[in-house]
Ligand binder design. Structure first.
Ligand SMILES: C[S@@+](CC[C@H](N)C(=O)[O-])C[C@H]1O[C@@H](n2cnc3c(N)ncnc32)[C@H](O)[C@@H]1O
Length: 371
């Protein structure tokens, strides 16, 4: 039995997880409110819990409601409705959830613009039941499961088949390790070798699982996945973010790198990048090459990409940067440095946002003859 997350104060890792989800929602919602003809959006919190912790720190459902409230004026001024689904399988927690929602959400004040439905079901059943509805509008799905069992290969495939749907799901590496030793494992993950999980270090399980899910994405499907690893004492947990939309990816990477400026993918120094930047006794040795940090490796790759192509656009750089899991600010700083160093040239101001690179005419960056 997993311990009940709502019965104790949320710990640091849980707060980081909730913060990432809330920040993403804050960035995601206005995109759809401002897009003409969106009509409706749906937000599903499939593992909503009871709403808060014992100190009344808001959990995911109350965070959704307070974010919606921040956009009240925009929602009323645009032709959009928001449908919110909360689900919690445990009957007592579902009752608490309903009470918490009733005290923070005033349906009358929202008229028909925002609706909230609280379900008391098993995630997989509800997901299948709602699947036809999910195909109809843009969705943001939060799947805050205990452990790993709910996002099976089949459920994952259904997720990536949905259009205009971003999702964020949680998994626990220690639960995965325990689960790999059970006969049930094969029915949930028939194509994962349980020995691979059993032999892996805790730190690596999240990445193995990410590879597994990546392998499930059909070739013609544009979903991109990004991990964010959370350390809680000796345990490693992870969030997986998935989106087909570049703007969604851009927003997720911006906030992930805001959470951790060293690696953008964990609430700790997962690749020991801090140590790599520190001066050591070896630095003065002629043949010693200091290991590079994730950011430095990316900047080297981007520089090689630009230099080897001789001429690229900011759009090419934008795709390259998101594919490598970096935020647009890293691309901007790298390209400005190359210009300052006399290696590249371009006219005027050059931006690296979705608006500047995808919606507008791309701008050209040329390698200088001596570059
Ligand atoms: C990690 S907690 C969710 C915490 C919540 N998101 C918050 O912010 O407080 C997972 C919740 O899922 C519920 N749960 C477990 N299995 C479930 C299932 N199959 N379907 C729906 N809910 C389930 C548990 O009772 C628990 O409250």
């Amino acid at each position: 039995m997993a311990k009940d997350i709502n019965k104790e104060s949320y710990d640091e890792a849980t707060l980081t997880k909730l913060d990432i989800f809330e920040q993403y929602l804050l960035a995601w919602l206005p995109v759809f409110i401002q897009t003409p003809y969106t009509g409706e959006v749906m937000i599903c919190d499939f593992f909503a819990g009871s709403g808060q912790d014992p100190e009344k720190v808001p959990g995911s459902p109350l965070r959704i409601l307070r974010t919606i409230d921040k956009y009240r004026d925009d929602i009323f001024s645009k032709n959009i409705t928001v449908r919110i689904i909360f689900n919690e399988a445990a009957a007592d927690k579902h009752d608490e959830l309903k009470a918490a929602v009733n005290s923070s959400f005033d349906q009358n004040s929202w008229k028909e613009k925002v609706s909230v439905l609280c379900f008391n079901g098993e995630f997989q059943n509800l997901f299948r039941q709602q699947y036809e509805q999910l195909k109809r509008q843009p969705n943001l799905l939060f799947i805050d499961q205990y452990g790993v069992k709910e996002v099976t290969g089949e459920i994952f495939q259904m997720l990536v088949e949905l259009n205009k749907t971003d999702f964020l799901f949680f998994m626990s590496s220690s639960a995965m390790k325990r689960f790999a030793g059970t006969p049930e494992f094969k029915t949930h993950f028939p194509d994962i070798d349980p020995a691979k999980i059993a032999d892996a270090k805790y730190e690596d399980i999240h990445r193995i699982m990410l590879e597994y899910y990546q392998g499930k994405i059909p070739d013609d499907n544009e979903t991109k996945l990004y991990p964010f690893t959370l350390k809680k004492g000796a345990n490693i947990y992870g969030l997986v973010f998935g989106s087909k939309h570049l703007l969604g990816v851009e927003k997720f990477l911006d906030l992930a790198w805001d959470q951790n400026k060293i690696n953008g993918e964990a609430n700790f120094d997962i690749d020991e990048d801090v140590q790599k930047k520190e001066a050591t006794l070896f630095d003065s040795m002629p043949d010693y090459k200091r290991p590079k940090t994730k950011r430095e490796i990316f900047e080297d790759c981007l520089e090689n990409f630009i230099i080897s192509h001789r001429e690229v656009t900011n759009r090419d750089i934008y795709y390259f940067t998101l594919d490598h899991g970096h935020p647009k600010s890293h691309a901007r700083e790298c390209v400005s440095r190359l210009k300052k160093d006399g290696k590249v040239e371009y006219k005027g101001n050059i931006g690296f946002s979705y608006d500047r690179c995808v919606k507008k005419e791309p701008k050209i960056i040329k390698v200088k003859n001596n570059g």
